[in-house]
Design a protein. Structure first.
Length: 218
């Protein structure tokens, strides 16, 4: 009788431990990671932008197309050797060239690194969509034209990765649409690249200006 009671007690304790482990696992499984947040950030409103910026590699005729939101996208052929990358800008070339945004990093500044870490802030709903479009364009450009690799460790929140954690070999790229200045700024000492805008609606045009200046750098 005593053995049976001890045996039943052991089963009960074991069951409680298992239940506790399951409960903990459920809580952990439901808690979103920073990576999940960034996936939502980049997916929000960006499906079409990823598609059109995935490039049509060998079509050399520059044309304008309309996306599902009836926004004109301007195709710009960028020739590297025997390969033509068709880059789609939200702004025309004339508009981009007339922009007075500061773009500090040159092509060497951009390419002289092993990889990039994209850093994001907390954004409002509409602002989030603008940052999504801007960052998606920059990521697609770096990935498809210059062959940089991006994985789950390439996306961080600003409290994890920022200019203080940047280095030349692992450059942090920060998107901040709440600044008091507009431009792409570069820190020569640690390689940090900041996309700063004084209003969220400028940050997509800022990515156009950045990409255009990099590919046309002498």
């Amino acid at each position: 009788m005593v053995k049976k009671s001890v045996k039943n007690g052991a089963k009960k304790i074991k069951k409680e431990v298992v239940d506790k482990e399951i409960s903990i696992k459920k809580v952990d499984d439901n808690e979103p990671s920073w990576y999940h947040y960034v996936i939502v950030l980049l997916f929000f409103g960006s499906v079409f932008w990823v598609v059109w910026f995935a490039f049509s590699f060998y079509d050399e005729q520059p044309i304008d197309i309309h996306n599902s939101s009836n926004v004109v996208l301007h195709k710009y052929p960028y020739v590297v050797g025997n390969v033509t990358y068709n880059i789609y800008f939200q702004n025309s070339v004339d508009e981009i060239e007339s922009m007075d945004f500061v773009v500090e990093p040159n092509k060497l500044d951009v390419l002289n690194t092993r990889r990039f870490v994209m850093s994001f802030m907390d954004y409002n709903g509409a602002d989030n969509g603008e940052v999504t479009k801007s960052s998606t364009k920059v990521i697609s450009f770096l990935k498809n034209v210059y062959r940089f690799k991006f994985d789950k460790d390439s996306f961080k929140m600003i409290n994890e990765s920022n200019c203080s954690t940047s280095s030349i070999n692992y450059k942090v790229v920060l998107f901040n649409p709440y600044s008091n200045v507009t431009g792409v700024f570069y820190n020569n000492s640690n390689g940090c690249i900041e996309f700063l805008a004084d209003s969220p609606d400028k940050i997509v045009s800022l990515s156009d200006k950045f990409i255009y200046d990099v590919i046309n750098a002498k």
